[in-house]
Design a protein around this ligand. Structure first.
Ligand SMILES: Cc1cc2nc3c(=O)[nH]c(=O)nc-3n(C[C@H](O)[C@H](O)[C@H](O)COP(=O)(O)OP(=O)(O)OC[C@H]3O[C@@H](n4cnc5c(N)ncnc54)[C@H](O)[C@@H]3O)c2cc1C
Length: 304
């Protein structure tokens, strides 16, 4: 065992236990460091050994291969600290707060923690199953709010510099719809700082509940899935889900993977879906939509 490391290490760990799609063969080695320091130790050690590794949060945007992953998988999920710091906004003379979140904290937990403390800003992310690290990486967008709208800074391990700990300060030009500066690199996000402000605890909690109830109504939690499968594209003039609905694809099934009968942009695992089933279904939707409309849908879910 690595001196100084605390956390868990598992061999041939089934990845279907670590993805919301409940799909994926075994990872050769699955490591879950307990702390940010241990995460850095693991990354630096694997880097020195030239051992390839993949970082996973809640696995809520992933389709992991049925053959599994012949590499190390490093999970951030135990790095789930949260705290707030008061900062004075001198321009508006208003007290605002910085929320420090560990990369492995679920955005849903962050939103609920804020609601309990009467802090407003993350309500839109209530019910999002992803972690803070995954949400930054994906620039998750919920109910009209993107992570980039609330992000102030982040701490990350720089793969180009021996996984040294560095600070990223938000810069508008780095971000776009579902695009983050972390997607073009193998930087490992350790924590994120979000801007929140004082608000009415009852109203904040009510808004969180409203979003969770809406997700529930839309069937987000009824079957294993990875959320929306295709990105929206303004040029299409309507949401991807509507385009898929209009192409008559709701309910279409390949193996155990099915386009949700109630939502065109959701693929669900009906029980025994393989990654290959999902891939074939995604390719099928892309080809039918292209043939019927000329639009080329872009997958949002990541095949690993
Ligand atoms: C029911 C349901 C509803 C959803 N609703 C929405 C929604 O409303 N809006 C939305 O945008 N998405 C939604 N999603 C998709 C998903 O939750 C988001 O994309 C989320 O941000 C992914 O976070 P994660 O921790 O699960 O990341 P993972 O799926 O584990 O990883 C996704 C990518 O991020 C990288 N990554 C993860 N953590 C780190 C880290 N610490 N450092 C560097 N890279 C990292 C991984 O390597 C991978 O490439 C939904 C998913 C489900 C299942």
């Amino acid at each position: 065992m690595l001196p100084g490391f605390t956390g868990t290490v598992k061999y041939d760990e089934p990845m279907n236990l670590h993805t919301t799609f409940k799909i994926g063969g075994p990872a050769a080695v699955f490591i879950e460091p307990d702390t940010a320091e241990c995460l850095q130790l693991v990354c630096q050690t694997l880097d020195k050994e030239d051992a390839p590794f993949f970082v996973i949060g809640a696995g809520s945007n992933l389709v992991v291969s049925d053959d599994g992953l012949d590499c190390f998988v490093v999970s951030t999920q135990k790095i789930s600290f949260i705290s707030e710091e008061t900062v004075t906004d001198t321009e508006n003379m208003e007290a605002s707060f910085l929320l420090h979140c560990g990369a492995g904290l679920s955005m849903d937990d962050a939103a609920k923690w804020c609601a309990d403390k009467g802090l407003s800003g993350l309500e839109a992310f209530a019910g999002l199953p992803g972690t803070a690290g995954g949400a930054l990486f994906m620039n998750a967008r919920c109910y009209g709010v993107s992570v980039s709208d609330v992000l102030v800074s982040a701490a990350y391990l720089d793969s180009a510099d021996g996984y040294r700990l560095k600070k990223y300060c938000f810069a508008d030009g780095d971000w776009d719809y579902k695009k983050s500066p972390f997607q073009d690199s193998s930087k490992v996000i350790v924590s994120a700082d979000f801007r929140v402000r004082e608000g009415n605890p009852g109203e904040i909690a009510a808004e969180c509940e409203e979003h969770i109830a809406d997700r529930d109504k839309k069937g987000h939690f009824s079957h294993p899935s990875a959320g929306s499968v295709f990105k929206n594209n303004r040029a299409f003039g309507k949401p991807s889900g509507q385009i898929i609905d209009e192409a008559g694809l709701r309910g279409v099934q390949i193996g155990g993977a099915q386009i949700a009968p109630w939502h065109g942009n959701f693929i669900i695992n009906t029980g025994s879906a393989s990654a290959e089933d999902v891939r074939q279904l995604v390719d099928y939707v892309i080809s039918v939509v292209k043939a019927k409309t000329g639009f080329v849908l872009e997958s949002e879910i990541i095949f690993v």
